[in-house]
Write a protein that binds this ligand. Structure first.
Ligand code: BES
Ligand code: MN
Ligand code: ZN
Length: 511
């Protein structure tokens, strides 16, 4: 995984000696569908002397969001190729919608795989919104260019390597606020790309011990404190849920804790990030059907996201104390696997009656959440590929969000601002009533295996492990963490890195 280099330029875009230059293109609904070059493309449009938009229209461009049209410049400007990316209708405000820009930048950079150096001259307002717009362009460009290295043994003749160097055109390349956005985008994109790599890694290569090793290796030299609990330590420490799920696999479970302490901040707010790290989910004894089971290699996406988030935190150094808890296990059926009917004593002492070993995520998360609360925290922000019910209810792009009012609003607004929507869901009393156990404190799923309110059962269960008074959010990313279709916008195939940018925005809001 090599991330493209990133720099700011303020040279006239028409004179940039790069392999390709990306401009924006708007449609104008009030003008019979005529095309309008977006702000930033003025000098290029001028060099084409009125022929830019007619030629793009001839090539089929419509200005629709995410549409990419390539045009050879034949000497009109320095770059041999102009790439027009559709940004939709001409904006009414000072800049296009941020998500449209993110997706456009991502689509353009991906379409330019095979090019060495690419410049982007996309619309930037000259007001206080500029840093946020620049951030969207930088993040979209860096994430859209991601490609998983893969495992092919022979070089692919038609493989076009991802863009190696990105230049982003700004009014003033020496501007400190713009430079800060470049530093930030590099750290954020590194985190997202690392998560995508971890999620895309096959489950035989990334089992809990290897996953823990990879996270520890990534944390080296960052200043983060690292604690790794192995199987024996988990057993001795009373982590009944992680042990139960992990005991069925030859590859033992792990709990990884990473801690960031801000320097020189007296009693900072404390945030605990918790992630589900099931490196493969067969369902265990309650085994899953074969179809699509391979996708359960992505069942560690929550842990990957929180691990990568705290790496970005270590680089960005916000004035908030952040710790990350990655609960790792492989959910396998075997002679030593936990079973439906088992009663498990969890880290906080509560006893859980197991109904379905495929509801393993909440078992490992409950321990990690309880541990985070025992360590002392103001917020628990937990994310997991927890339920198929999330995908049924909200689809592949919108996460399910449950928790206490303040934390839910924190995550909802943070997610909306970065293009990672999360939709608030209730925690109804009747769903909790359906989880009464005859013999233990709570059952792990509805005691009649009723799938009604399936996603909510997960949230209701996890709430039991959050200490009173701690603000908490549960972000179910079963759908949004993994992209199965063709690449689109800045989403590439496989792991997406959701909800890293949400968590970072939330931490910013608490700063
Ligand atoms: N990892 C799955 C949830 C999942 C499903 C993630 C689809 C991504 C895509 C989780 O461990 C699971 O198996 N959940 C069960 C819970 C049920 C047994 C209560 C489910 O969703 O059916
Ligand atoms: Mn499962
Ligand atoms: Zn799972």
């Amino acid at each position: 995984m090599t991330q493209p280099s990133l720099s700011l330029v303020d040279t006239d875009p028409a004179e940039l000696a790069v392999d390709a230059i990306v401009i924006g293109l708007h449609s104008q609904p009030d003008d019979g569908g005529a095309l309008l070059p977006a702000a930033g493309a003025e000098s290029i449009a001028a060099a084409f002397d009125g022929r830019l938009t007619p030629t793009l229209a001839l090539l089929g461009a419509s200005g629709a969001p995410g549409e990419v049209t390539k045009l050879a410049t034949l000497g009109t400007i320095s770059a041999p190729l102009v790439v027009a990316v559709g940004l939709g209708d001409e904006p009414t405000g000072s800049a296009p919608d941020l998500e449209t820009l993110r997706r456009g930048a991502g689509a353009a950079v991906r379409a330019l795989a095979g090019s060495g150096t690419v410049a982007l001259a996309l619309p930037l307002p000259d007001d206080e919104d500029a840093p946020g717009v620049l951030r969207a362009i930088l993040e979209g460009a860096l994430l859209g260019g991601y490609k998983f290295a893969g495992y092919k043994t022979k070089p692919q003749p038609n493989r076009r390597d991802p863009v190696a160097a990105l230049q982003v055109h700004v009014p003033d390349a020496t501007d400190a606020a713009a430079a800060a956005e470049v530093t930030r985008a590099a750290a954020v994109a590194h985190a997202v790309r690392l998560t995508r790599d971890w999620v895309n890694t096959p489950p035989n290569v990334l089992r809990p011990p290897q996953f823990a090793d990879a996270v520890v290796a990534a944390a080296k030299g960052t200043g983060l404190q690292v604690e790794v609990l192995d199987f024996d330590e988990l057993k001795a420490g009373g982590y009944g849920g992680i042990v139960a799920v992990g005991q069925g696999s030859e590859a033992p479970p792990r709990l990884v804790k990473l801690t960031y302490v801000p320097e020189g901040v007296e009693s900072p707010k404390r945030v605990a990030l918790v992630g589900k790290g099931i490196t493969f989910d067969t369902g265990g004894i309650s085994i899953k059907p074969a179809a699509g089971m391979w996708e359960m290699k992505s069942d560690m996406a929550g842990a990957a996201a929180v691990g990568a988030t705290i790496l970005a935190v270590a680089a960005l150094k916000p004035p908030v104390a952040v710790s990350a808890y990655l609960a790792m296990a492989e959910n396998m059926p075997s002679g030593s696997a936990y079973r439906p009917g088992d009663v498990i004593t969890m880290f906080n002492g509560k006893r859980v009656e197991v109904y379905n070993t495929d509801a393993e995520g909440r078992m490992v998360l409950a321990d990690a959440i309880a541990r985070a609360c025992a360590d002392g925290t103001d917020y628990v922000l937990e994310t997991s590929t927890l339920t198929g019910g999330q995908v049924t209810a909200l689809g592949k792009r919108i996460a399910g969000l449950m928790g206490s009012d303040e934390a839910v609003e924190l995550i909802r607004s943070a997610g909306a601002s970065v293009g990672e929507p999360a939709w608030p869901m209730p925690l109804p009393d009747e769903v909790r009533k359906g989880m009464e156990s005859d013999i233990a404190d709570i059952s792990q799923t509805n005691s009649n295996l009723d799938r009604a309110g399936h996603m909510l059962q997960g949230g209701v269960f996890l709430r039991e492990f959050v200490t009173e008074g701690v603000e908490w959010a549960h972000i179910d990313i079963a759908g949004p963490s993994y992209h199965t279709g063709e690449p689109t916008g800045y989403w590439t195939k496989g792991g997406t890195g959701v909800p890293i940018r949400t968590l970072l925005a939330a931490i910013d809001q608490l700063s």
